[in-house]
Design a protein around this ligand. Structure first.
Ligand code: ADP
Length: 542
């Protein structure tokens, strides 16, 4: 049986490399030992080698399942250049070519055969599989099996059946760049990985400095103007949530004499590609854009990415912010946010029911998933922990190194003890349940964050007195001395932390979360970040 010494020799022989990267070793060792594997690494980190090396060492062929038919010819050609014998079978070939490729794969001479997931279910391929010794089934872009992601591809769900129908079970190894914990579980469950070696590595981008600033819209704008003005020679991208904001901010910058390009999907194609070209060729240094900008743009010297609004998920944020510093040199990723951003994002999600193919229930499930993703994003804005670690642990990487730079670890914030407020909110929810009873669906009565805040502040609004005796609750007026905005912040943080849960419906209602009981404990303690700190745009770049 081949071992890691053989693997290192093969790495040198076929690829000319002297050593494995951190995540590769445990995955290859597991596969060689006959154990399933799940490799989660960002693009470019070196997933392919994790199945290509075993393909030459295991006795039998490796079937590589890949969704990208258009890349297969190139992938196979690259392997052949390195002396690894591989073929592909896909719809770009004539039927004769397909048969010839399969015959070659069955001949025993081949190390690997690349196919799309749809092919696994065809008679032609199951015949091949029944008479060929498949040593390893490698699944590329394995997140496509999960409906949690944007890339769901139904044919991936057939992989499990394909494995089950084989005369004996090969080692199964799945690879992806975008696996959050939910997606990882889906991959393990739906593909049917058995006790896999899971390796998550390479998500940290140590050369990026992460910075989070809470600011109202006018301050955001001033900050950006100052920041960009202070860096006339650096390339940067400024992401805005809407086309309108993109245009307004680009105009603002131009008024200040900064050549800024504007990019969003509503502009004519020619204008867009001009903006892209100008940016890539350093004709303009700054692009103000919506999230439509960036796909397929290869510019390594982007020194900063500023978000003018909170994105709707950490995935989206990291993808956009990650366009900074591709050259490995220091770069800064600043996220500016306001409470208004949260409301806007929530409204976007609520309104998103225009997908006619979905039933009401399915649409609601999807909206709820998006709400969960948004809560994690809000958590990033409010967390007092290291921002690098917040991101890497979200992607499931638990043993990334120490922080290489972020505004939290630099201690640029203060915390406020909000234990008393959190406890009062929790008690208020209890009072509301008592006063409201259950609703028509049997769920405990709840109110929105606005009403809860009014109650706690002892508001004199007529409905406090007239409706359900809200003013008779013990918690009524319990936080008379606390500003409403602070109570709202705490409610929001409690939802991010799991003490509360925002219940969906026409209006978001505040209910107890899975950690609610902790707020009743005597040792319960909660702090929030003092987010309004003085902002200066001209500070150190990176
Ligand atoms: P992924 O599939 O994760 O996107 P690839 O497998 O295409 O990444 O690898 C990205 C690049 O890194 C390739 O050029 C590959 O040859 C190189 N590479 C992979 N592993 C190593 C290694 N151990 N040492 C040096 N280079 C490597």
């Amino acid at each position: 049986m081949a071992d890691m010494n053989d693997a290192r020799a093969a790495l040198k022989h076929y690829f000319g490399y002297d050593g494995f990267r951190p995540g590769q070793e445990p995955l290859i060792a597991a596969i060689l030992a006959g154990r399933d594997a799940l490799g989660v690494m960002p693009t470019g980190a070196g997933k392919s080698i994790c199945y290509q090396i075993p393909s030459v060492l295991l006795g039998g062929i490796t079937v590589v399942v890949s969704p990208l038919v258009s890349l297969m010819a190139d992938q196979v050609a690259a392997l052949e250049d390195n002396g690894i014998h591989a073929v592909y079978v896909n719809s770009t070939q004539s039927l004769d070519e397909q048969s010839a490729a399969l015959a070659e794969a069955a001949s025993g001479r081949c190390d690997a055969v690349y196919v799309a997931p749809e092919r696994l279910g065809t008679q032609q391929f199951t015949n091949f599989a029944a008479r060929t010794r498949i040593a390893l089934l490698a699944i590329d872009e394995a997140h496509c099996v999960s409906q949690w992601g944007q890339d769901f591809r139904p044919a991936y769900l057939g992989i499990g059946d394909f494995i089950a129908a084989l005369p004996y079970r090969p080692v199964v190894a799945a690879f992806t760049a975008t696996a959050t914990e939910r997606v990882r579980h889906d991959i393990i469950d739906l593909v049917g990985l058995r006790n896999p070696q899971v390796s998550v590595t390479g998500f940290d981008r140590p050369n990026l400095y992460f910075d989070v600033i809470k600011a109202v819209p006018s301050v955001k704008r001033q900050w950006i103007e100052r920041y960009v003005t202070a860096r006339p020679d650096e390339s940067g991208i400024i992401y805005c949530a809407t086309r309108k904001e993109t245009e307004a901010l680009a105009d603002d910058l131009r008024d200040r004499g900064i050549a800024a390009a504007c990019y969003h999907a509503g502009l004519p194609a020619e204008e867009r590609s001009q903006a892209q070209r100008d940016f890539v060729n350093d004709e303009v240094h700054v692009v103000v854009a919506t999230n439509a900008f960036g796909m397929g743009i290869d510019k390594s010297n982007v020194r900063y990415v500023v978000h003018h609004n909170m994105p709707d998920s950490i995935e989206a944020y990291y993808q956009e912010a990650g366009r900074a510093g591709r050259d490995g040199e220091p770069a800064r990723c600043t996220l500016l946010w306001s409470d208004g951003d949260i409301n806007t994002r929530r409204r976007f999600i609520d309104r998103e029911n225009d997908n006619e193919r979905l039933s009401d229930d399915e649409a609601e499930v999807i909206r709820n998933r998006r709400r969960v993703l948004l809560d994690v994003m809000i958590g990033y804005c409010r967390t007092t922990d290291c921002l690098h670690r917040y991101i890497t642990s979200y992607f499931g990487e638990t043993d990334a190194g120490p922080c290489s730079g972020c505004s939290n670890c630099d201690g640029e914030f203060e915390t406020i003890d909000v234990t008393r407020i959190a406890v009062a909110v929790s008690r208020c929810l209890h009072d509301i349940r008592e006063l409201l009873g259950t609703d028509r669906d049997g769920r405990p009565g709840c109110l929105g964050a606005g009403k809860i805040t009014q109650m706690l502040r002892g508001s004199d609004a007529q409905e406090m007195h007239d409706w359900r005796h809200l003013d008779s609750a013990d918690s009524y007026g319990a936080l008379e001395d606390v500003p409403a905005a602070r109570i709202r912040d705490v409610i929001s943080q409690m939802a991010s932390d799991g003490y509360l849960r925002i219940r969906d419906g026409k209006y978001p209602l505040v209910d107890y979360g899975e950690r609610a009981a902790e707020t009743a404990r005597t040792d319960f303690h909660m702090v929030i970040k003092q987010v309004e700190r003085p902002v200066s745009g001209g500070g150190p770049a990176s």
